[in-house]
Design a protein around this ligand. Structure first.
Ligand SMILES: C[S@@+](CC[C@H](N)C(=O)[O-])C[C@H]1O[C@@H](n2cnc3c(N)ncnc32)[C@H](O)[C@@H]1O
Length: 387
């Protein structure tokens, strides 16, 4: 049994733990920023291939107390790096730290890198090259006030890079955050879903893939674990074949609607769906949000409106939000509106009361996911969830 740590956008740890349990992880334990679990290589490969929420799956090599850079050097030197990867592989070391007493994380990174090279030189008489942009091997150190953990990254490029999004727009959501939001609000395949500000179509793409049981990693060119000496190609091929066999090919309309006021966004969404072979599965239209009407009697409206830090001026947004509120009240009774925004003025300006408010991080940006049941004729405030 190996020990792993799956990282994810903050706020989605509990949902990730459920996902990991479903792919064979033992004892998934959510902590801020991710989920610790143990399992065999098959569980690691399945987590990489099937988790919609994880950002990376890290394989834990060592965990020990430390106080100085020298302790990190010794801990790294003691690891059997030549037993983990080939001299011909390029590598990179990165450090994440919370309350570390060390003065310079750059210097600590250098010490770990030196230890890896020294261990290779001692064992094989030569050292592998460092590559910061697209290394074969990523080594991650996590430092707290007193303990250091060394990991080998089994994912490589982050898992939200599904290989699905070909055309980009301003401020797209990461795929794993979009999938996590859909799970967080309880969307299930078959429920009507509308994103009326779809940008590049991230919600629609994720929802369609979920509905067709397409594992999110099926289109990726490769994973980090393929460069490790522990790579079990037979196990990986079996894991991939099982996921492929589950995919539903039915290309019928999936009750997913996506629209945007911007023609380029509509074009990008159409292009991304076409490239993913999902053209018929989603209805895409150019439409201003204020002209949207509910396409079904009930459903989930999920939206990531523009917000100040990314796009749109404060005044424009202060004008947009009340209009969104009016459209929701007049045209979406019976629906639940789920809105991700970093703008704390949002619920006040919308003039609708959320039943739940979940803190979520969109990268470094602290956001809230508001879930707002739209009740017929309800302009008055319903009971507000904790503000
Ligand atoms: C933050 S982006 C959405 C990104 C999207 N979730 C993605 O992952 O690509 C906000 C989008 O809202 C659209 N938008 C802004 N005002 C709009 C309006 N009044 N009606 C419809 N769409 C609007 C913008 O064109 C932009 O594509």
């Amino acid at each position: 049994m190996e020990r792993f740590f799956a990282t994810c956008p903050r706020g989605l740890e509990t949902l990730l733990a459920e996902e990991l349990a479903a792919v064979g992880a033992h004892g998934p334990r959510p902590v801020p920023g991710g989920v610790a679990f143990s399992g065999d290589w098959s569980a690691c490969y399945r987590a990489n291939l099937e988790s919609r929420i994880a950002t990376r799956i890290l394989w834990q090599l060592a965990h020990a107390p430390y106080a100085r850079e020298e302790d990190l050097y010794r801990l790294a030197l003691a690891q059997d790096w030549p037993g983990h990867f080939d001299l011909s592989c390029t590598f990179r070391v990165q450090i994440t730290a919370i309350r570390s007493p060390l003065k310079s994380l750059d210097f600590a990174t250098l010490k770990i890198k030196d230890a890896i090279c020294d261990r290779f030189r001692a064992d094989l008489g030569a050292r592998p090259n460092v590559e910061t942009r697209a290394p074969d091997i990523r080594i991650q150190a996590f430092l707290t006030a007193r303990a250091a953990t060394l990991y080998l990254d089994t994912s490589g490029a982050p898992l939200w890079q599904r290989g699905l999004r070909h055309a980009n727009v301003d401020a797209p959501l990461k795929e794993n955050l979009a999938a996590g939001i859909l799970k967080c609000v309880g969307w299930q395949p078959g429920m009507p879903l509308l994103d009326p500000m779809c940008g590049g179509g991230t919600f629609a793409l994720e929802a369609a893939c979920m509905a067709l049981d397409r594992a999110p990693g099926l289109e990726r060119a490769r994973f980090g674990f393929e460069c490790l000496k522990s790579f079990q190609s037979k196990t990986w091929n079996a894991v991939r074949a099982t996921a492929l066999a589950r995919v539903r090919e039915n290309m019928a309309f999936l009750s997913i609607w996506a629209s945007d006021a911007d023609a380029r966004a509509v074009q990008a969404t159409r292009h991304n769906l076409r490239m993913a072979g999902l053209e018929g599965a989603v209805d895409v239209a150019r439409r201003d949000f204020r002209e949207c009407v509910a396409p079904a009697a009930h459903g989930i409206l999920v939206v990531n409106p523009p917000y100040g830090a990314r796009i749109g001026s404060d005044e424009q947004l202060a004008a947009l939000y009340p209009r969104m509120g009016q459209t929701l009240k007049h045209c979406f009774a019976g629906w639940t509106a789920c809105v991700l925004t970093a703008d704390v003025r949002f619920p006040g300006l919308l003039r609708l009361a959320p039943k739940r408010k979940t803190p979520l991080f969109n990268g470094p940006l602290e956001c809230r996911l508001y879930e707002i049941p739209i009740v017929a004729g309800s302009a008055r405030r319903q009971k507000t969830a904790q503000q």
